[in-house]
Design a protein. Structure first.
Length: 297
């Protein structure tokens, strides 16, 4: 449906241009952390890229960092003020249609938008991810409650994303999503205390992601000592025992995947419009004028 629109775009940046833009985003966020004594940790594919490639994974454009829960909360209190008008601090409390439990930093005046999501009023600027590192309860019953709370919050927030990527919805989901989103967001806020446990009070921790089934649970010791690692042209904080962390997440992490499995976000989300100089809202307007008009005819 959108192929012609995408073919007509002339301003799409190269993968390397996207990577360098996101590298600057990382540096801007890290400056806020360093200036305010906030612990951040290079993680996931970003850390893997640093170890295996000395920077970005060549076929990826993702920036991920973790923050221990107390640092994450401190960061959220000051981030928008410190980052200024250049960025938007996005989570379900600041963007009414946002679908995730973690925070993204979005660059204003830019675009990183799945083309089929144009109908949804969400900030779709260039982004990086910030995940809170939370404790995992040692008590089986409390751990189960934590797991269920995360799954429930994910379910309550997921409707806009599901519609944007055309995920199938059963009758139960349709009933849940008939509840006004403001009420669902309020339930999430109330429910959050079951999820956000201090990682330093438990023997294990994980990063808040989609669910505890897909989040890798790590031993506490990994979160107690840090080092610096070179990523592109600068050194950033990460786990001192990053080898153990990466083995837990990826297994044989030094062996790259076969070429047919080297994909980024475009492979997961479909066609994405990237623009480092034009605001996503302009693309939303153009797509609406082009395709919504046709639907009415």
């Amino acid at each position: 449906m959108f192929n012609l629109f995408l073919e007509e775009l002339t301003a799409m940046p190269t993968l390397r241009e996207i990577q360098l833009f996101e590298l600057q985003m990382l540096k801007d966020v890290v400056k806020v952390c360093d200036d305010n004594n906030i612990t951040y940790i290079l993680s996931s594919g970003t850390l893997l890229g640093a170890v295996r490639h000395g920077g970005f994974i060549p076929w990826d454009d993702d920036i991920d960092i973790y923050m221990p829960l107390s640092d994450y909360k401190k960061f959220l209190k000051i981030a928008q003020r410190e980052l200024g008008e250049k960025y938007f601090v996005q989570n379900y409390k600041t963007d009414k249609n946002y679908s995730e439990m973690w925070t993204q930093i979005r660059a204003n005046g830019t675009t990183s938008m799945p083309v089929k999501a144009y109908k949804f009023d969400i900030h779709y600027g260039m982004c990086m991810d910030i995940f809170p590192a939370v404790g995992v309860s040692d008590a089986p019953k409390k751990k189960l409650k934590q797991k269920k709370a995360l799954s429930l919050n994910r379910l309550l927030l997921h409707d806009v994303y599901a519609k944007a990527v055309n995920e199938p919805m059963n009758y139960k989901l349709k009933l849940i999503y008939a509840i006004p989103r403001c009420i669902r967001r309020m339930i999430c806020k109330i429910n959050e205390h079951r999820i956000m446990l201090d990682p330093m009070k438990y023997n294990q921790w994980t990063a808040v992601w989609y669910s505890m089934e897909v989040s890798v649970i790590q031993p506490k010791k990994i979160l107690e000592k840090f080092t610096k690692i070179k990523f592109e042209d600068e050194y950033f904080n990460t786990f001192d025992d990053y080898d153990l962390y990466l083995k837990n997440v990826y297994g044989d992490y030094m062996t790259p995947p076969p070429e047919n499995k080297r994909g980024g976000h475009t492979d997961e989300l479909g066609n994405i419009i990237f623009d480092l100089h034009k605001d996503y809202s302009e693309y939303r307007k153009e797509l609406s004028e082009k395709y919504d008009q046709n639907e009415k005819i």
